[in-house]
Design a protein around this ligand. Structure first.
Ligand code: HAM
Length: 428
């Protein structure tokens, strides 16, 4: 039988060094999230379809991998983390003092048309801040992202923000049912503004033009936002809720020194958002590298008591592309000195002692047992593979408790006591 060797369409085999970049992005995220008081949550990769059916939004629900398990249950591969994290919160954590701050990482699956930066299986890191209705929670997420990007060396990013309750508020005033609102916002998300306005026109008549003007607002400063919004003549209740919250967050983020602008065209693909929404972009790349927002009603939609919450997820693949475009990807993994330890004797205990000493100093030690006549082949192989050193243990070295270390860059060679050998860089 001949099996296809290519991975399934939209998925990838992630090999070194890229796999090491992934690992680094995940471990740095974990470190920063933990410094902010978030705790790791590991949720299943497969999930009840209903969890995601309810409020993923038309874009994501159509792209889900859904199947029947052997008992006839309808299961999906998680298309994101947030709804599963809220399910887990409702199942296990409601009695905990609030806020509950959780972070996660792992694969998610969406049956989308693959392209650069868009895959069917991809990785996300993210955090959810559950139980805090005030803007401090929203603002903290931006600070966490800022610190994460600083830790991985990404600098040229910008936040595009909005508050979805403003557009939703208008649609609700026009008595547009919620499912139709989801569809309208989905159309806006896809850039099909004309079709979105047609649908809205069916309910709002000529007033639908207010939505069109709203979607045109973009502001680089709070003053500009106030002026633009003033021109629209929005209903007072939207000014005192969504708009004033957005202004508060916008001002705080600018004062924190972040690159941020308001864009009312931003609606996001997921339908569970109720307030702040944001996406992160870098110049020259038209896909967002991260996104998030407030979803104060999702817990109720999933059958629990309502709890305010806000969160975000960052795409690992797209973060890598961003680092690459800034030319800093290689700095992500600090290289360790790499040594091929070639043993010409079969004394595994002595070899283990030598290798352990070196590994204890943070040196990568790749042990090979070889016959004497293969020694020069292996040294050549080590050089071709980019190793920094070879360490050789032969009969004489074993007898004297010593090791011969050769630096492949300079060609210099020294024999040293096995006990004193740690990081070979100290020899040269
Ligand atoms: P999302 O915008 O659907 O939000 O996805 C977050 C990030 O995942 C995107 O910004 C992007 O970097 C990455 N991403 C999305 N689709 C793909 C794809 N097909 N291939 C590669 N990367 C992709 C969420 O998932 C929400 N759970 C965010 C959130 C958390 N909202 C509240 N809490």
């Amino acid at each position: 039988m001949r099996v296809p060797l290519d991975p399934a369409r939209g998925t990838r085999d992630i090999l070194p060094p890229v796999s090491e970049y992934y690992q680094q992005l995940v471990s740095k995220f974990s470190e920063i999230a933990e410094l902010y008081g978030y705790r790791l949550t590991i949720i299943p990769t497969i999930e009840h379809f209903e969890i995601y059916e309810a409020k993923s939004g038309p874009g994501i629900s159509k792209s889900m991998y859904v199947f029947q398990d052997k008992a006839g249950r309808t299961i999906c591969l998680r298309p994101e983390f947030t709804a599963s994290v809220v399910r887990a919160y409702l199942r296990h954590l409601t009695a905990r003092p609030k806020p509950v701050k959780l972070y996660y990482y792992g694969q998610v699956f969406r049956y989308e048309e693959p392209q650069l930066g868009r895959y069917r299986e991809f990785y996300q890191v993210g955090a959810e801040y559950i139980g805090e209705p005030r803007v401090y929670a929203d603002i903290e997420l931006f600070q966490l992202i800022r610190d994460y990007y600083e830790a991985i060396g990404l600098s040229g990013y910008a936040f595009r923000i909005n508050d979805i309750s403003i557009a939703r508020g208008l649609l609700t005033r026009w008595r547009i049912p919620e499912e139709v609102q989801d569809e309208v916002l989905h159309l806006v998300d896809r850039g099909e503004i004309g079709r979105a306005l047609e649908v809205v026109g069916g309910y709002a008549g000529p007033e639908a033009s207010l939505l069109e003007s709203l979607l045109g607002v973009r502001a680089e400063s709070p003053e500009e936002l106030r002026t633009e919004v003033g021109r629209l003549g929005l209903p007072q209740e939207l000014l005192s809720t969504g708009v004033s919250r957005l202004l508060e967050i916008f001002e705080a983020l600018l004062n924190l020194g972040l690159r941020v602008y308001v864009d009312f065209r931003l609606v996001r693909g997921l339908a569970y958002y109720t307030g702040t929404i944001f996406e992160i972009s870098i110049p020259g790349f038209n896909l967002s590298i991260g996104g998030g927002g407030r979803y104060d009603t999702l817990s109720r939609i999933l059958g629990g008591a309502e709890v305010p919450a806000v969160g975000f997820s960052l795409g690992v693949e797209r973060t890598l592309l961003a680092l690459e475009s800034e030319g800093v990807l290689k700095d992500l993994v600090k290289p360790r000195p790499r040594t091929m330890l070639i043993s010409l004797v079969s004394d595994v205990v002595f070899v283990d002692r030598v290798a352990s000493r070196m590994r204890g100093s943070g040196v990568v030690v790749d042990v090979r047992y070889a016959q004497k006549h293969r020694l020069s082949d292996l040294v050549g192989q080590a050089a071709r593979m980019g190793y920094d050193y070879v360490a050789i243990v032969g009969e004489a070295e074993l007898r004297d408790g010593r090791v011969t270390v050769k630096c492949l860059k300079t060609g210099t060679q020294r024999t040293v006591s096995a006990e004193s050998l740690g990081d070979p860089r100290e020899l040269y």
